[in-house]
Structure formats: structure tokens, C-alpha cells
Design a protein around this ligand. Structure first.
Ligand code: PMP
Length: 397
């Protein structure tokens, strides 16, 4: 049965981490995987999470199953976070939410739902994007097309080309958008551009599917939701896959959420009933621990305030590292990399090509994804000098 199976290529990002682990160089630097690291190079458990876990440990009385969609309170708090506390979408009944295993689970169950319910046949996905988007669309049985996103010449958003390409989309197609901190480029639309995107999507009758994996990592919890909220104000229907992996540091607890907005309450109730089937057939019901942590942190005033301050500290550290890297690159004679400070979130598209990335790995034990994407969260005061000097060396060759 299995003889014909060919070995799959290693995941480009997780495979890189493996190679990094086996590298004996004590000065090695891993800027591959998208995980936050503090100044000491550690991915910490947030204090607010530790405190919530203590509360859960003391009060939890059963490990029996959760409801298929997770706890209703989890869904409500998630909608508050993404739409804003005073949005009618929090309690009005038009938006329904289920807990999925991570943002990935939410994307996959959302794509399954689209396929199972004949919502659409094709997704339009940015080029470049988080590579799993393409794979998830295909795995769910959907076709996809790419729309341009990155302009190499300006290191900015290829906005007009993006809309020109999306103009080829047919009524009823899905458009996948990153709400903030676009992975891998770190480039997000401006408010004016979001308004144009929202008008465009609504006029062409496309369905927005928003990937919201980094809320709070760009400019702030509310600020990062601006684009999504502009879309919600102009499109009656939308799908959102959000994640608590990064903003609560709950990577391995797998907490994400799928939220579907319908035009009216009655439709939303039918959507919810089918969403439950999609969850049931994929995972039956969600894991509880991470969901309880999120619910505890977001509903407890003290823990919520602590979370916000910890999230702010993570965001500011990354911003500081962007500024420091640009300074050090200038000092090292690498030239002008100011565009890095304009980008948002964990990642920066450095402009380094495949060969340069290869030299950095072989000669300097610096691990960067082949596309030139740097995880800025892996930079610290200790490794930034070596990094800037190595980049300067490589680009001068
Ligand atoms: N979407 C994007 C754009 C991402 O970068 C990631 C994580 N790398 C995810 C979704 C999935 O995150 P999670 O770990 O919550 O599944």
C-alpha cells in the first residue's frame, strides 16, 4: 500500500529549525521560524497566562468535552477583540464563532466550510503569503489564484497591481487578506487603501476571508483591527480566522477562532449549524486548556491589563530591534535599509536573495528563510552587530 509513496520535501521553515539545531556554531542565529523571542532569546510564557493557569488549576473540576464550537464566552470575547467592544457584531447574532486549533485550524475549517457549503470555488491569495495558505486551499478542494502584493522596487505594497489582478476575480470568489503584519512582507495597506479594498470587494461581490494571526503585534490591539473593521462596515458577509498563538504566546496550545459574519441573524443561525458539522468532522470538539486560558485572561480585568502591557512590551521590543538593525546596517556600510522600520509585526522582507541567504547560513550560521524573510523577533542586542556585519559582507560581494 505504501511502497509508491515519495518522501515529501521538508517544510522550508520548520526544516530550517532542524538544521539550526544541528549547527555546532555557538554564535548561530535563528531568524527563521515566526516565534517571538525576548532579549535573552527565549520564547517566554506570559505572566498573565501563568496566572490564569494557576486559577484554572485550582478551579477546574472536569476534563469532560467542551461544546463543538468551544465555550460561548470564548466566542464572545474573540468577537469583542476583533470587532471592538461596542460593535453590533459582538452580540447581535450576525457573527458566529468557533474555537479551532490555532489560526491554521481556523483557516482549514473555514476553507472546509466554503467547500462543503458550496460558498465559492476559488480563493485569491496574495503573492507572497504564508505558504500554508496555498496548501490549505488545495487540501480543502478549492482552486486558488495569486494576486501581486509586494513591490520589490519600492519595498512597499504593489497596491494598484493588486487591485488590477483582483479585477479578474469573478463574483462570488473569495479574497484572502492578512488583517495586519502581513507574513512574510511586514507590509500592510494604509487606512485609505483598506477603504478602497473594502469598496472594491463589496462592489465586485467577493467574499473577504481575513487571516488575523498577529493582532497587537503591529500598532496595537485596536489599531491592528482597523482594516478588518473597515471591511466589516462595508461588506455584510465575511470570514475571519484569528489566532492567539502569537499575541498570548500560546503557540503549542493551539487556540484560534473561526468567525463567520452573515447578512442577518437567521442566516447566521443556519451557518452556525453547518459550522458545527465542519468542526465535528475535522476535530469533533476543541482542546480546552488554551481556550480556558484565553477566556480567563480576557475576562479578568487585572489579567487583561497585564496581558496588554506584556503585548505592548513584545511589540515595542520588535520595533526597537527594527530601528537598531537599520542603524547597525548603516554603520556596517550595508546601505539604506530604512524600509525595515516601516514594516509591521514579526517579519521583515529584507530584500536578500536566495544565494545571499545561503551564504549567511553556510558561512555565518545565520538562518533566514529563502525568500529573505527575517524574523525580527529573533534579533537582540547581543546578536545584532554580528548580523548587520554579515549582511553587509554578503551584499558587498
Ligand atoms: N496565518 C499566518 C499569516 C501566520 O503567519 C500563521 C503562523 N505562522 C498562522 C496563520 C497560523 O498560526 P497558528 O500557529 O495559530 O496556527
Amino acid at each position: 500500500f505504501f511502497d509508491h509513496i515519495e518522501a515529501a520535501p521538508a517544510d522550508p521553515i520548520l526544516g530550517l529549525t532542524e538544521t539550526f539545531k544541528n549547527d555546532p556554531n555557538p554564535k548561530k542565529i535563528n531568524l527563521g521560524v515566526g516565534v517571538y523571542k525576548n532579549e535573552a532569546g527565549v520564547t517566554p510564557i506570559l505572566d498573565c497566562v501563568k496566572q490564569a493557569e494557576k486559577l484554572i488549576f485550582e478551579t477546574e473540576t472536569t476534563k469532560s468535552y467542551l461544546p463543538i464550537t468551544g465555550l460561548p464566552e470564548f466566542g464572545r470575547l474573540t468577537r469583542e477583540l476583533i470587532f471592538g467592544a461596542d460593535s453590533e457584531l459582538v452580540d447581535g447574532g450576525r457573527a458566529v464563532t468557533c474555537h479551532c486549533p490555532g489560526g491554521t485550524g481556523a483557516l482549514r475549517i473555514g476553507a472546509d466550510f466554503i467547500k462543503q457549503q458550496n460558498v465559492a470555488a476559488k480563493m485569491w491569495i496574495s503573492d507572497p503569503t504564508w505558504a500554508n495558505h496555498y496548501q490549505i486551499a488545495t487540501a480543502a478542494g478549492l482552486k486558488f489564484e495569486r494576486y501581486p502584493y509586494y513591490d520589490r522596487a519600492t519595498h512597499g505594497l504593489a497596491f494598484e497591481r493588486m487591485l488590477e489582478t483582483l479585477n479578474q476575480a469573478e463574483e462570488g470568489d473569495v479574497v484572502v487578506l492578512h488583517a495586519c503584519c502581513h507574513n512574510p512582507t511586514g507590509i500592510d495597506p494604509t487606512v485609505e487603501q483598506w477603504e478602497r479594498i473594502a469598496d472594491f470587494i463589496s462592489e465586485k461581490k467577493l467574499l473577504p476571508f481575513i487571516d488575523f494571526a498577529y493582532q497587537g503585534f503591529g500598532h496595537g490591539i485596536e489599531e491592528d483591527a482597523q482594516g478588518l473593521r473597515i471591511i466589516a462596515s462595508r461588506c455584510k458577509e465575511m470570514i475571519i480566522a484569528s489566532s492567539y498563538s502569537k499575541n498570548l504566546g500560546l503557540y503549542n496550545e493551539r487556540v484560534g477562532a473561526l468567525t463567520i459574519v452573515s447578512a442577518d441573524k437567521e442566516t447566521a443561525a443556519r451557518v452556525l449549524s453547518q459550522m458545527k458539522i465542519a468542526v465535528r468532522t475535522a476535530i469533533s470538539n476543541p482542546p480546552a486548556h488554551g481556550e480556558k486560558v484565553v477566556t480567563t485572561v480576557l475576562s479578568n480585568n487585572e489579567l487583561r491589563a497585564l496581558w496588554e502591557s506584556e503585548l505592548t512590551a513584545m511589540r515595542e521590543r520588535i520595533r526597537n530591534m527594527r530601528v537598531l538593525l537599520v542603524e547597525k546596517l548603516k554603520e556596517a556600510g550595508a546601505g539604506d535599509f530604512d524600509f525595515i522600520t516601516e514594516q509591521n509585526g514579526m517579519f521583515s522582507f529584507s530584500g536578500l536573495n536566495k544565494d545571499q541567504v545561503e551564504i549567511l547560513r553556510k558561512e555565518f550560521s545565520i538562518y533566514i528563510v529563502g525568500s529573505g524573510r527575517i524574523c525580527v523577533a529573533g534579533i537582540n542586542a547581543e546578536n545584532v552587530d554580528a548580523l548587520a556585519k554579515a549582511i553587509a559582507d554578503v551584499i558587498k560581494r
